[in-house]
Every structure is written in structure tokens, then in C-alpha cells.
Design a protein around this ligand. Structure first.
Ligand SMILES: NC(=O)c1ccc[n+]([C@@H]2O[C@H](COP(=O)([O-])OP(=O)(O)OC[C@H]3O[C@@H](n4cnc5c(N)ncnc54)[C@H](OP(=O)(O)O)[C@@H]3O)[C@@H](O)[C@H]2O)c1
Length: 479
């Protein structure tokens, strides 16, 4: 076996921590001596030993003179609150002769420091083996550890003609079982999944992980006016925590919040901005108006619930319910104490647009939608490192218009609907040169459906991760 094969095995081990290690990275490690794998390790969950420590612990004295393969640069810091000792110390003590890392750790507390410490101790270090896969594996960590906001992965399932639902709103199912199973795998790997109130009304989804094993992500609902029906599955099924992000400030907001809140369901009031108009273009009631059709839900409106004096609406204050404590007992043992400030390049406007005047561009309405960037900050402060944005059209468009999507994955089903709901609305582009390009794109097949996925701004995510071993660069195709 060569370096690449050992690293592939280390990456397999790293994946075992999926859904458990967050907000820490997924890391795998192997101790190899004379071509034999002596010990394996991985970071099982936040607070558990790091992969390198696990592997070295199993190897004991046999690690002397061996090679250690690890999917991420070993940590070298011992900041207050960190539960595990620096891995570099354990590696030096164990007498390892060579360390092969897939990628550097962008955590400002490590970021090359781990490699330097090992080299200073006379250990031979190589960085960049299987870097492409290792980087993909920890995209959420790389974003969160520097910017303290989650990595945003948008997933769209559409027909060949770009429809995510029929004109009636029916979207079950656009894609086949293989593609839907992959979506469940994505859900299981993300800390949170997010949809808009339109999808709650249309589909009443549970957003849980089925078809594959894995834990259910936290559910986030964008619901400007707090009209989510209290009988919606995401409110009642108790399958995972639900955060209903809203911007309601009317007299009845506190009562509607109280009707939704229960253990595991929290309403959070955020700022609003003049967002994207409702793109479904059909049977949803206008904002603030009752539904005409008594579908599964009776739409709760701002005017439908009388304001009760004296209701404080405990969950509706700005960032109410959010604390600096980690909700899942999480400890970011590789996390910096003072993360890098968000980069100014993150714009909330599509290219070429000046200010965001309300109702000044096509697709904007005058009503206040939940401010996406503020929401991401709030989620990041809760150690939510990744969000899978699952729709619908209005939410897709809002996230893209705000420049808040890191990875876009579109499943194409070989079907044509003609009329229906378009996946993405007006983003202000008027010429091909205005289109935003995805890079490092990949195509995969799931049954009859195709998945095309790519990153909008890889430099931002991959900056500071060190070299990629030359032979591997072809994986990214022509980019
Ligand atoms: N094929 C797919 O991939 C897929 C996935 C999901 C859904 N769908 C389909 O898409 C349709 C629903 O799409 P939709 O456009 O009607 O609804 P949607 O995107 O699910 O929800 C949009 C609503 O979310 C609320 N919202 C709050 N803050 C927002 C913000 N910052 N940006 C955008 N929305 C915000 C707004 O309602 P308020 O302001 O009134 O709160 C807005 O009208 C359904 O037919 C569903 O089946 C398809």
C-alpha cells in the first residue's frame, strides 16, 4: 500500500464520527510500521480522544519509528477549556518517525503550528496526501472555526426543466429513491436542516433521517410572521429540536410563539429585511391573510390570534433562548478562542446591486423576511457548523441573493413538467457574465437521477490548508 491508500483508510475512519464529532472536525489516523497497519483511531465524538491519540494509545511501544497518517494536522495547543492534550506531544513522546497529514488545520490556534512542532522535534512531516477528499470532509469545520457561522449546503431536487414542484405545489417525488437516500445521508451529516414556511405548508415534512442510519439534525424553519401551524410535524413529533426563526413584532406574536413553544421547539426573533417575494405564485395565502383552502393546516395569521396583554413571549426577544453555552454539551477542542471576524467580501447583495432597498428590485417584496446573515451568526454561536438548506424556491432564492451559499447540490430528475415552481427566481443577473460559477464541480449518478455539486467560493473555505499533492489535482477536473 502507498501513502494515498493508507490515507484513504484514515478518511474512512474519520467518517465514523459523522454526526457526532461536531463542532469538532472529522479526523481519522493510522499507525503504520513496515507496511503493516498497527493501530487505527478516529475522533468519535466531541470531548472524546482525538484520532491520533486513540491510534497511538492502541499502538503503544510499537509506534516507535512508525509512520502516523492523519487526515488533519495534529493539534498543538492547550487552551483553557480544551479537554484533550495536544496530539503533537503524544506523537513526539511515542517516537513516531514520520507523519503524513492530508491537510493543515485552519484553526488559528493550529494552522501550521502542529507541523512546525513535529518538525522541530525531528519528525519528518508531509502535508497534502489525499487533500481533496480530506478538505471536502471537513468543509463545515473549516468555515465555522474561522468565521463562527455554519457552512451552508443548498440541496435542490428538480426536473430537467428546472421545476422543484408542480404548479399545484406537489413535489413528491421529484427524484427517485436512490437520490432521496443520498439526501438523507446529507441530513445525517449536517448539524441542521433548514426550510421555509412555504414548504411546511405544502409538504408538512418531518426533516428526519430515514433510509440510512444517523442522527436527526436540528430543524430550522424560516417563518417571518410566526404562522407555522402548531400541529406541523416539525413542532409536534419531537424527533429533533426545532428552531422557528421569525421577525414578527406584531401584537399577537408572543401568543403565536407561545402556541408553538414546547420542549425542543423554540421560537427566535431576528431582524428582518425586505426579502425575496414568495415565488410559488399560487395557493399560499398572501402574508397576513388567512388561507382560503382548509388544507391540512389552518394558517395562523397575525390577526387570527388576539393579543393577550401581559404576555412577555419569552422566546421572542432578540436571540431569545440563545446562550453562549453549548447546547449539546459540545466542546470545540480544536476551536480558536477568538475566531476570525467574518470577511467583508461576504455580501448580502447579488453582484452589481447597490443597497437593498425594499421592493426596489424584481423579486423583492415589502414585507420583512428573516435576516439570513443574522440567523447564520446565531446558529454559528450555537456550534452549528453546517446547515442543509432544503427549500423551497423562495428560500433558495433568498440564500443565493444574500451570497450565503457555500455548496450547491442539484439533483436532476429525467422528467419534464412544463408549468410548475421554478427552483430559483430572479437574482438580478441580466447577462451570462453575471452568472455565478461553481467550481470544483462533480457529477454523480443516483439511479436515474444526476447530482451536480460544486462550491461557490472555495478559496474562502480552503485558504490556509496547505499544499495538495500534485498527482491529486486532476480530481477537480478542468478547474
Ligand atoms: N424539489 C425540491 O427540492 C423542493 C424542496 C423544498 C420544497 N419544495 C417545494 O417548494 C414549494 C415551496 O416553496 P415556496 O417558495 O412556496 O416556500 P419556501 O421557500 O419553503 O418558504 C418561503 C417562505 O419562507 C418565509 N421566509 C422567512 N424568511 C425568509 C427569507 N429570508 N427568505 C425566504 N423565505 C423566508 C416566507 O414566508 P413568510 O414571510 O410568510 O414567513 C416565505 O414565503 C412547495 O411546493 C414544496 O413542495 C421543493
Amino acid at each position: 500500500m502507498d501513502d494515498r491508500s493508507y490515507m484513504e483508510r484514515a478518511l474512512e475512519l474519520a467518517r465514523r464520527g459523522t454526526g457526532q464529532a461536531s463542532p469538532n472536525p472529522l479526523v481519522g489516523a493510522l499507525v503504520v510500521r513496515d507496511g503493516d497497519v498497527i493501530a487505527e483511531g478516529w475522533h468519535e465524538r466531541c470531548g472524546a480522544p482525538h484520532a491520533e491519540a486513540m491510534a497511538l494509545g492502541k499502538a503503544g511501544d510499537r509506534a516507535r519509528g512508525a509512520t502516523l497518517y492523519c487526515t488533519l494536522e495534529p493539534c498543538c495547543h492547550n487552551t483553557p477549556g480544551k479537554r484533550t492534550p495536544p496530539c503533537t506531544d503524544a506523537i513526539i513522546r511515542a517516537g513516531v518517525a514520520r507523519v503524513v497529514c492530508a491537510t493543515l488545520d485552519p484553526n488559528p490556534l493550529v494552522s501550521g503550528g502542529g507541523v512546525k512542532k513535529l518538525e522541530d522535534a525531528g519528525i519528518q512531516v508531509e502535508v497534502g496526501v489525499d487533500a481533496v477528499e480530506a478538505r471536502k470532509l471537513n468543509e463545515p469545520f473549516f468555515v465555522w472555526v474561522r468565521e463562527r457561522r455554519p457552512f451552508v449546503h443548498m440541496k435542490v431536487a428538480q426536473t430537467m426543466d428546472g421545476r422543484i414542484a408542480a404548479a399545484s405545489g406537489d413535489s413528491q417525488w421529484v427524484t427517485g429513491i436512490e437520490a432521496r437516500t443520498e439526501v438523507h445521508r446529507l441530513r445525517a451529516s449536517c448539524d441542521a436542516v433548514l426550510i421555509g414556511s412555504g414548504t411546511v405548508f405544502s409538504d408538512d415534512p418531518s426533516l428526519t433521517v430515514r433510509h440510512v442510519e444517523g442522527r436527526n439534525p436540528i430543524r430550522v424553519i424560516l417563518d417571518s410572521e410566526l404562522r407555522t401551524p402548531p400541529e406541523a410535524r416539525v413542532v409536534t413529533d419531537g424527533a429533533a429540536p426545532t428552531i422557528i426563526a421569525h421577525a414578527a413584532r406584531d401584537a399577537g406574536a408572543a401568543d403565536r410563539a407561545a402556541a408553538l413553544e414546547r420542549p425542543g421547539v423554540e421560537t427566535v426573533q431576528l431582524d428582518s429585511y425586505g426579502g425575496i417575494a414568495d415565488l410559488s405564485g399560487r395557493d399560499r395565502p398572501a402574508r397576513g391573510e388567512p388561507a382560503e383552502e382548509p388544507a391540512r393546516f389552518k394558517r395562523v395569521t397575525a390577526s387570527a390570534v388576539p393579543a393577550a396583554s401581559g404576555m412577555s413571549g419569552s422566546g421572542t426577544g432578540r436571540n431569545a433562548g440563545f446562550s453562549s453555552e453549548r447546547p449539546r454539551g459540545a466542546e470545540a477542542s480544536r476551536a480558536p478562542e477568538s475566531p476570525r471576524a467574518p470577511e467583508p467580501s461576504r455580501t448580502s447583495e447579488p453582484p452589481g446591486e447597490p443597497e437593498r432597498p425594499r421592493a426596489a428590485r424584481p423579486g423583492l417584496d415589502t414585507g420583512g423576511r428573516v435576516a439570513i446573515e443574522e440567523l447564520l451568526d446565531v446558529l454559528g454561536a450555537r456550534d452549528i457548523t453546517s446547515v442543509l438548506v432544503e427549500g423551497g424556491a423562495t428560500v433558495f432564492t433568498s440564500f443565493l441573493a444574500a451570497g450565503c451559499v457555500d455548496r450547491l447540490s442539484v439533483f436532476f430528475a429525467p422528467k419534464v413538467l412544463g408549468a410548475g415552481i421554478s427552483a430559483i427566481g430572479d437574482l438580478g443577473a441580466r447577462a451570462m457574465s453575471d452568472a455565478r460559477e461553481l467550481v470544483y464541480s462533480e457529477v454523480r449518478r443516483f439511479g436515474e437521477d444526476l447530482l451536480v455539486t460544486g462550491l461557490f467560493d472555495p478559496d474562502r473555505i480552503y485558504d490556509g490548508l496547505g499544499p495538495v499533492r500534485k498527482v491529486e489535482t486532476h480530481v477537480y477536473g478542468t478547474h
